[in-house]
Design a protein around this ligand. Structure first.
Ligand code: ADP
Length: 265
């Protein structure tokens, strides 16, 4: 609490009262702290791959460049680190776009079933090479009121995580249900699950349950924070349910749009 006081005096200088201004600065302090932490995190995340790149460049210049096999191996690593920087920056830009009040959100009635099929298609190959099954259990059509580009981003990020964290031979499925003006869909997997104490933190920027594992999978730690912003900008809500060692289910609730499925569009 910030307190400012000032005496009130008459013209002759006689004290006859005081003004006190009380301002609750807890929220301001909290926001300031979140901002500082964010900048520190971003700097750290940018510096790590850059430091690695610099190290490899110096070793190459010191002579490693003359050994073709070593040079090639280093260049592969450098490419991976560069890819990481590119995804990080692209996630940061997505996040800032989503946080901007100027972002135009255009809600329309969409068949979620089609968008899910198209999104699953993007991962079919990657999942297939690891024997992970991808399935949609949504009825078609399944109408939702949403912004197409934001909804695609939500689907891609959730499926991407499921594919990233689900071990060989696992299964990922998407199902849906509706009730009283809401349409809900979920992305479930047979991955490692999420510890209870991390359940409401994983939507925070840069929070990861297992940093090394996320990094190894090319994660930026921003995917779920992008998901949460994108869902909330569409007037919806997202949360996760998980059983450690069994899997996770991410649930997204959006406005259902018209309930009569035959009249659309
Ligand atoms: P990342 O780039 O690290 O995947 P996200 O913001 O997408 O960042 O996710 C944050 C963290 O939540 C991940 O690092 C991981 O620990 C956890 N997580 C996300 N999705 C899953 C999932 N399907 N199964 C298990 N853990 C998950």
């Amino acid at each position: 609490l910030q307190v400012r006081t000032a005496p009130l005096r008459s013209r002759s200088g006689e004290l006859h009262g005081a003004v006190a201004v009380l301002r609750d600065v807890t929220e301001m302090r909290r926001l300031e702290q979140v901002r500082t932490e964010f900048v520190a995190n971003v700097s750290h995340e940018l510096r790590t791959p850059l430091t690695a790149l610099k190290g490899f460049i110096e070793t190459l210049l010191d002579g490693a460049v003359d050994d073709r096999a070593t040079a090639r191996r280093f260049l592969e690593i450098m490419r991976r680190e560069t890819d990481r920087l590119v995804s990080l920056i692209s996630d940061l830009l997505d996040l800032s776009r989503l946080e901007s009040p100027r972002l135009e959100v255009r809600l329309e009635t969409l068949n979620l079933s089609d968008l899910v099929d198209q999104s699953l298609e993007l991962f079919r190959h990657r999942a297939g090479t690891r024997g992970v099954e991808l399935a949609s259990e949504l009825p078609s059509p399944f109408w939702v009121e949403a912004d197409e580009s934001l909804l695609r981003q939500v689907l891609v990020n959730l499926i991407d995580n499921a594919v990233k964290y689900t071990p060989e031979g696992g299964r990922i499925w998407i199902s849906g249900s509706r009730e009283e003006g809401w349409a809900e869909f979920s992305v479930s997997d047979t991955g490692p699950g999420i510890p209870r104490k991390a359940l409401d933190r994983i939507f925070e920027r840069f929070y990861r349950v297992d940093k090394a594992r996320s990094r190894a999978m090319g994660g930026t730690g921003l995917g779920l924070s992008i998901v949460r912003h994108a869902v909330e900008r569409q007037g919806g809500r997202v949360w996760v349910e998980s059983q450690l060692g069994e899997g996770s289910t991410f649930r997204v609730r959006l406005h259902a749009g018209p309930t009569s499925e035959v009249t659309r569009p």
